[in-house]
Design a protein around this ligand. Structure first.
Ligand SMILES: Nc1ncnc2c1ncn2[C@@H]1O[C@H](COP(=O)(O)OP(=O)(O)OP(=O)(O)O)[C@@H](O)[C@H]1O
Ligand SMILES: N[C@@H](CO)C(=O)O
Length: 428
């Protein structure tokens, strides 16, 4: 949620941000109109209520002859008070509904446009020339099946399309990568947290996921009301709902470990092969609470954490600055890291880091105590540190001619020192 005082003073800035996102600029006028009506209605209610209180005292002080007239007046006032209360409640509800629809204000530096209008910030690593090495690269599923490590057929049998089993060395490789992510996070001051994956509707709405991405999210059937998270960002943001944090010693940082669930409703026919786009995957998520003025610097740090991890798994990648129209409603700015996938001859997203400034904190009422004793909303940021999808890039970029896969050196200590995953039969 945005700061109403800021909207009142800077309506054009908010409108421009909405325009940049491809969202309604008229919503800003609707919010301001609702704000005026709400304030007028509240003023009417409060002044009539004050009058009513005065009248109450007058009744007590009145003589027997005066009392019937005053009581009649009191009744009239009581009716007015309840009428104004109803109007004020309705106006507040309209105001809140409009406010909750507004997306965060886009950082001025974010590129204009939609999904394809990102700006490439930089490219890192050398893309392998498989032709020069004398063989045709296999895709991650062929490799995963070759080492008896990715089983889509049984995943589909058990759970439906876009489900899978990981087993043997590939299951260990996923665990190794996620654990390496947690180790790196802990070394950098993050607290590891395993999080709930079912959350209350208020928490899901508070993080901003029920706006444009609502159809992406699984919801339990009544009488249960929870949503399944698509990222532990949701639980980590909700963790401190209605709390006042002490950030005087620096940002509060979590590394969340969870399964993530996504309906992928808009992705029919897209990435149907293998584990690149699935309904359930695992993720280590970074989540930061910090002072408002620290969020820009913290965002750069999250991006640096992602780069360090990508460096350790030794895959070529690029960083993109996502355009305003492709930002989630909570994000003011977002950088994605995309790894090179040889058989697709293109970069695919492995990580995403967003600066949500005070947007989520206002919705979830998360504040910090300032030096003068007052409170103010904190900033929140999130970033991906490792996910199951990373296996796609690791397998394809580290494959050898015989279908084996070299384990990146940084991951070997997490794999009992193993250097290579060899092809094997399913029964082995
Ligand atoms: N359906 C999925 N299957 C596997 N991994 C996923 C899926 N959706 C997201 N991820 C992983 O979680 C990370 C963060 O998710 P994010 O919401 O940024 O993805 P996204 O923008 O929806 O990705 P894409 O554009 O590829 O669908 C992604 O970079 C990726 O590693
Ligand atoms: N929570 C963010 C970063 O991982 C996302 O899912 O995109």
């Amino acid at each position: 949620m945005l700061d109403i005082q800021f909207i009142r003073e800077n309506p054009e800035v908010v409108k421009e941000s909405q325009r940049k996102r491809g969202e309604s600029a008229d919503l800003v006028d609707q919010v301001l109109q609702a704000d005026r009506l709400r304030r007028d209605a509240l003023a009417d209610f409060e002044s009539t209520r004050a009058e009513q209180k005065k009248m109450g005292k007058a009744v007590a002080a009145a003589s027997a002859e005066e009392r019937p007239a005053i009581i009649a007046q009191t009744k009239e006032l009581a009716a007015k008070v309840s009428e104004y209360k109803e109007t004020a409640d309705k106006a507040t509800e309209d105001y809140t509904t409009a406010m909750w629809k507004l997306s965060n204000i886009v950082e001025p530096e974010a590129p204009e446009g939609g999904e394809d209008d990102y700006v490439v910030v930089k490219k890192v690593g050398q893309i392998r020339d498989f032709a020069a090495e004398g063989f045709e690269p296999k895709n991650h599923l062929e490799l995963g099946e070759g080492v008896a490590g990715i089983d889509m057929k049984r995943g589909v049998k058990v759970s439906g399309s876009r489900f899978y089993f990981l087993r043997g060395a590939i299951a260990r490789l996923e665990l190794a990568m996620l654990t390496m992510g947690v180790d790196q996070a802990e070394r950098n001051g993050f607290i590891m947290a395993t999080t709930p994956t079912l959350v209350r509707p208020e928490i899901m709405a508070g993080t901003g996921f029920l706006n444009s991405h609502a159809e992406e999210i699984y919801r339990l059937r009544e009488p249960d009301e929870q949503y399944l998270v698509g990222t532990s960002e949701v639980a980590l943001a909700g963790m401190h709902e209605d709390e006042i944090l002490d950030l005087s010693h620096g940002p509060l940082k979590y590394a969340g470990w969870s399964s993530c669930y996504r309906r992928e409703a808009g992705a029919a026919g897209k990435d149907t092969m293998g584990i690149i786009r699935v309904h359930q995957f695992n993720k280590v998520e970074m989540f930061v609470y910090c002072k408002q003025e620290e969020s820009y610097e913290q965002h750069q740090k999250l991006l640096a954490m992602e780069q360090e991890m990508l460096g350790k798994v030794e895959v070529p990648y690029r960083i993109i600055d996502t355009a305003a129209g492709d930002l989630g409603s909570s994000a003011a700015r977002k950088f994605d890291c995309e790894a090179w996938v040889p058989t697709q001859e293109r970069y695919r997203e492995l990580t995403s880091t967003s600066n949500c400034t005070e947007y989520q904190a206002r919705r979830l009422n998360i504040r910090e105590r300032t030096e003068d004793g007052s409170t103010r909303p904190v900033s929140t940021l999130n970033g991906t540190l490792a996910t199951t999808r990373w296996l796609v890039a690791i397998l394809e970029n580290h494959q050898q001619k015989d279908g084996s896969v070299v384990i990146p050196a940084a991951l070997r200590p997490y794999m009992g020192g193993r250097e290579v995953i060899e092809p094997t039969s399913w029964e082995a």
